[in-house]
Design a binder for this molecule. Structure first.
Ligand code: ADP
Ligand code: MG
Length: 430
């Protein structure tokens, strides 16, 4: 991909925009871009530099992303809407072509990394609530104030901004920035060598600490520990990656969203809008609370990934109403005229709250309350899903406002399974 029209190769110490930004280290990459930590010599702050591939279709995509990011940043001068900010943008000429570059505020680890640090165990529900509020604040802003659909919400695209690992956050660790590489010295200047030496020293010390701990445990490897305790850290996050965002009145693509977070109306091609983001948001909330994706469809003998996906949805949420199942351009590929899947005939229904108790050891109360929050967001009928603004009002996100007695009485409501009004029990194996 590092050829004409592709990625721009960056080395530590490379300078951009006439020396304004200096590359420090790679933060991540996507299909279209690489993202670097850069030092902004004007503000003496760190920024994230997203460098796009140079071919015309990528430049066009970047122009669109810059337009979206500009609207987002302009609409939120107080920086309270939980969405990443665009600081600057320019073009960079390299051997592979002209690369559009976006300068973004520097954020921390993604929610995916957070779940990994937590060893895929799922976060405490109060943590999940905090994160959900941030994401919904961002979505409410995008949807209601800007008319934008994100279309690719997932854990990788939500970044923390108080990093879990402060040593990785140069702003907080007081790390000296790497300055521009002196011209004509491909191996970097003295500053780089000093930094590298320091990093190596730090790594050596960490290795020494680990072997010490092992030795103290009789030579056995210590059990892996979560890398950081989360207590007391104010978890705040922001929505990023507007590469595929679109204005609701100017839809771009027919197929949107990453598979596991894809809404049923997208699979059926019955038209999508803001509620598609709400669906993905519900998948994210589930994943944060359990450590596992809500839906991981796979194709099998005689059925496609799409069909498995629809089956998994119905097993958890009840049968899709016939009217909805048969309403999309692709409905006939999957459903018969009675609204039953053509090639997956037997479904193993298990309502969401039971699933949370059986598979993830939730208490009955926690499971029921969480399911009552999530199920309306996963309504098969997009127009019936609550808006982000309505989600923010839900009691599940505002439990701290309830007295203990109110919490008790709220949880003693009928022990019904949520969202299973269309349930028809069939037993069988797939
Ligand atoms: P793509 O559209 O190519 O997927 P993203 O905008 O998602 O690009 O960025 C790719 C990766 O770069 C992200 O998953 C993240 O690890 C990192 N990244 C992106 N923006 C930032 C930022 N503002 N601060 C820190 N890291 C970032
Ligand atoms: Mg991305």
């Amino acid at each position: 991909s590092y050829r004409k029209g592709g990625y721009h190769a960056v080395r530590v110490g490379d300078s951009f925009a006439g020396g304004l930004y200096i590359a420090q280290r790679k933060l991540g990459w996507g299909q279209f871009s690489t993202v670097w930590l850069a030092y902004d010599t004007r503000s003496s702050k760190y920024v994230a530099l997203k460098i796009q591939k140079s071919a015309p279709q990528f430049s066009q995509a970047a122009a669109h992303e810059i337009e979206v990011l500009s609207a987002i940043t302009e609409g939120d001068p107080a920086n309270v809407k939980c969405v990443v900010r665009l600081v600057d943008h320019f073009k960079h000429a390299g051997p592979n072509g002209q690369h559009p570059c976006m300068v973004l505020e520097f954020l921390g680890d993604s929610l995916l990394q957070l779940i990994k640090y937590n060893r895929y165990k799922g976060l405490e529900l109060n943590r999940v609530r905090e994160i959900c509020k941030c994401i919904l604040t961002g979505l409410d802003y995008l949807h209601r104030e800007l008319g934008l659909i994100h279309t690719d919400l997932k854990l990788e695209n939500i970044l923390l901004y108080s990093t879990i690992n402060p040593t990785k956050d140069p702003t907080r660790s007081g790390m000296t920035p790497i300055l521009a590489r002196p011209e004509g010295n491909p191996n970097g200047g003295a500053t780089i060598n000093i930094i590298e030496k320091k990093l190596k020293q730090r790594a050596r010390r960490a290795v020494a600490r680990i072997s010490e701990r092992r030795a103290s445990m009789g030579g056995f490897a210590a059990p892996p520990k979560p890398s950081r305790r989360l207590d007391g850290i104010d978890l705040r996050c922001k929505v990023v990656d507007f590469g595929s965002a679109c204005w609701a009145d100017k839809l771009l693509a027919e197929e949107i969203q990453t598979r596991q977070y894809r809404a049923p109306e997208v699979i059926l091609q019955s038209g999508y809008s803001f509620p598609a983001d709400i669906w993905s948001f519900a998948c994210i909330a589930f994943e944060l609370a359990t450590g596992e994706m809500m839906f991981t469809p796979k194709s099998g003998q005689g059925f496609s990934e799409d069909e498995d996906h629809l089956a998994l949805m119905m097993e958890l949420l009840g049968k899709m109403p016939r009217k909805i199942a048969t309403s999309g351009a692709r409905s006939k590929d999957y459903f018969d005229r009675y609204g039953d899947l053509k090639r997956i005939r037997r479904l193993k229904y298990r309502p969401l709250d039971r699933f949370l108790v059986d598979k993830f050891n939730f208490s009955d109360t926690d499971a029921l309350e969480f399911a009552k929050f999530l199920c309306p967001l996963l309504d098969f009928e997009p127009d019936r899903r609550p808006t982000a603004q309505q989600c923010l009002q839900h009691p599940w996100l505002n439990v701290e406002n309830l007295t203990q007695d109110e919490v008790k009485s709220a949880s003693s409501v009928e022990k019904m399974s949520v969202g299973m009004t269309n349930l028809q029990i069939k037993v069988g194996k797939r």
